[in-house]
Design a binder for this molecule. Structure first.
Ligand code: FES
Ligand SMILES: [Fe+2]
Length: 356
């Protein structure tokens, strides 16, 4: 299992950014144990409906806040937006501070505090902001207006589980011009990449063995916003958005989710629209599984033996490094990546002249 250090990504083991923690349906009044970013966390939904994510281990004596408890005071776990520890029933607010101890009237020590993570819940996902420097979010989640558009069919996410692959190998895909033919049976008509700050964008078009009819064209505009959220808008025969979410679990292990939403003809979508969505979702998952099958079995590409006619992997890796280094250095990494990069020997979506 290759680690962040092996890839020479930077000072931090786990990157700064917004990361998928769970689906909306998974976060409820029953506290749920989460493992991600090398941490044990607890997620629960407060009585206000708010999703809250805290460090899992109680500062009193280390009980896991999602530990099962069927009786006694600890069983009444969520009160308002606070949660009680199952062991001695100390209660912690959504800011992580202990705000009640049932057997103590004195001032609660300042150390009675759990780390609380900024949380946002959008398009069926609960995201947490992770920052080794513990700063506030410095970019916003990508907008996905299609999710709430009445013409569109929402999806349940496919939880693809974890693979023993560093997320670097997944992110490399954004610059991988030459895998489309062998893996996806896709004859590319054009391909290019652009990097701009925390955003990495890939545009591609061509015939796709899995996702189009014989002479159909699949056009994709795939955008990473930060290191773990990829939103790809597909045009062509079907308007669709593919959402790929990946979160480091341990150093060198990655949890991946996949979803697709499609535009129906009716609002709200008809049965036919829903059936079409189900078929397209299955097809999109099959196409993504083609990449997944490679990742699951490959050796780590610590250094890519890059040919001049490969895609701009080196730029993509420079872009990815910004998230593994202090904010003060992020601009340096962005400068090494920012720009428009066609692939030699492959038409671009926009020409070099137009990019200038
Ligand atoms: S261990 Fe949590 S209250 Fe004692
Ligand atoms: Fe791919």
């Amino acid at each position: 299992m290759a680690t962040t250090k092996d890839y020479r990504l930077g000072e931090f083991t786990f990157p700064r950014g917004w990361f998928m923690a769970a689906t909306t349906a998974e976060v409820s009044r029953a506290p749920r144990a989460l493992r991600l970013l090398g941490r044990d966390l607890v997620a629960y939904r407060g009585e206000s409906g708010r999703a809250i994510v805290l460090n899992a281990y109680c500062p009193h004596m280390g009980a896991h806040l999602a530990a099962e408890q069927s009786s006694g005071e600890g069983a009444r776990r969520v009160e308002g937006d606070s949660i009680r520890c199952p062991y001695h029933a100390w209660r912690f607010g959504p800011d992580g501070r202990c705000n009640h101890v049932p057997y103590f009237d004195g001032p609660i020590p300042a150390a009675a505090k759990l780390r609380a993570f900024p949380v946002e819940e959008r398009y069926g996902c609960v995201f947490i902001w992770h920052d080794p420097e513990e700063g506030a979010p410095d970019y916003a989640l990508p907008d996905l207006p299609e999710w709430d558009d009445p013409h569109w069919v929402q999806c349940d996410y496919d939880d693809l589980g974890t693979i023993d692959v560093h997320p670097q190998e997944v992110v490399d895909n954004i610059a991988d011009t030459r895998h489309f033919g062998p893996i996806h049976g896709m004859k590319l008509a054009y391909f290019d990449d652009m990097f701009d700050g925390v955003v990495a964008r890939q545009r591609s078009g061509g015939g796709h063995e899995t996702m189009t009819s014989a002479d159909g064209l699949l056009e994709s505009d795939a955008v990473y916003t930060g290191p773990g959220i990829l939103v790809a808008r597909f045009g062509g025969e079907t308007d669709a958005v593919q959402i790929i979410l990946h979160t480091p679990i341990e150093d060198g292990r990655t949890h991946i989710w996949h979803g697709i939403i499609t535009r129906g003809n009716a609002a709200p979508p008809s049965e036919v629209d829903r059936a079409m969505h189900a078929a397209y979702h299955a097809t999109g998952l099959a196409a993504f599984s083609q990449d997944f099958a490679i990742w699951r079995t490959k050796a780590p590409a610590i250094d890519i033996l890059r040919l001049p006619t490969d895609g701009p992997f080196h730029r993509a890796r420079a872009w990815y490094r910004q998230f593994y280094n202090p904010r003060a250095k992020a601009a340096d990494y962005q400068q090494r990546a920012n720009g428009f990069y066609p692939t030699k020997g492959m038409p671009a979506h926009i020409t070099d002249e137009a990019a200038e």
